[in-house]
Write a protein that binds this ligand. Structure first.
Ligand code: SAM
Length: 197
């Protein structure tokens, strides 16, 4: 599978300063834990129908907050981080999920995660992905946005952190703008842009 970015100190993102990860090599399997406040905000601005799948759960930073807000959550990750089941979300064998999907995907496979999530849920279900706002740009994503426009893009007014290897204590302040991208499968209109935080 083609990756749009392998990361590392020579990455394009370092060169253009579009990432907060530029001082470091990438974390193992792109593990950056999401600041819990991001998911608390999501639960205030969007409603979901359980069960929710968190397919790249890491140590459960998103899953735990979803559960705290009353949702049933199934958590999986390619790596065993002591939370959830071990499973490859992009596996061909993963063909169906009858519910909504919420995650912060590995950045190198963000588009693949969005496409896979939309492929395996029924019409009307939601996919919410915590993504860099730069996900909006790029020729490679033209057909994704044309065929599957997000229903809403929620821009975080204040910076939220994603901590390498889950280490919030030693992670620097965020230089990256993030948002929640929300798809409703079957939606074909123009996306709304909104703000939170
Ligand atoms: C950016 S981290 C986010 C972790 C968690 N969602 C959070 O927000 O705190 C991405 C996670 O995706 C996992 N991952 C990478 N490739 C995967 C795959 N093919 N299937 C499932 N999980 C994967 C990594 O192990 C890592 O834990």
């Amino acid at each position: 599978m083609a990756r749009d970015w392998k990361g590392g100190s020579a990455s394009t993102f370092k060169t253009i300063g579009a990432s907060n990860h530029c001082e470091h090599e990438r974390a193992d399997k792109d593990y950056y834990a999401t600041e819990p406040a991001a998911t608390d905000w999501l639960c205030r601005i969007e409603q979901f129908c359980g069960p929710i799948l968190e397919p790249a759960c890491g140590e459960g930073h998103i899953s735990r907050r979803l559960m705290a807000h009353g949702y049933d959550v199934v958590s999986r990750d390619l790596a065993d981080r002591g939370f959830g089941e071990v499973a490859d979300f992009l596996s061909e064998k993963n063909t169906a999920w009858d519910g909504d999907i919420v995650t912060n995907p590995p950045y190198a496979f963000a588009q693949e995660f969005v496409e896979k999530a939309l492929a395996i849920i029924p019409d009307g279900r939601k996919v919410a992905m915590f993504l860099k706002l730069t996900f909006l740009e790029g020729k490679k994503r033209a057909s994704l946005f044309q065929n599957y426009p997000p229903r809403r893009v929620w821009v975080s007014r204040a910076r939220l952190k994603c901590a390498m290897n889950g280490d919030f204590e030693h992670s620097p302040g965020s230089a990256t703008a993030y948002g929640w991208f929300v798809w409703e499968k079957g939606f074909k209109g123009s996306p709304e842009i909104r703000w939170f935080n």
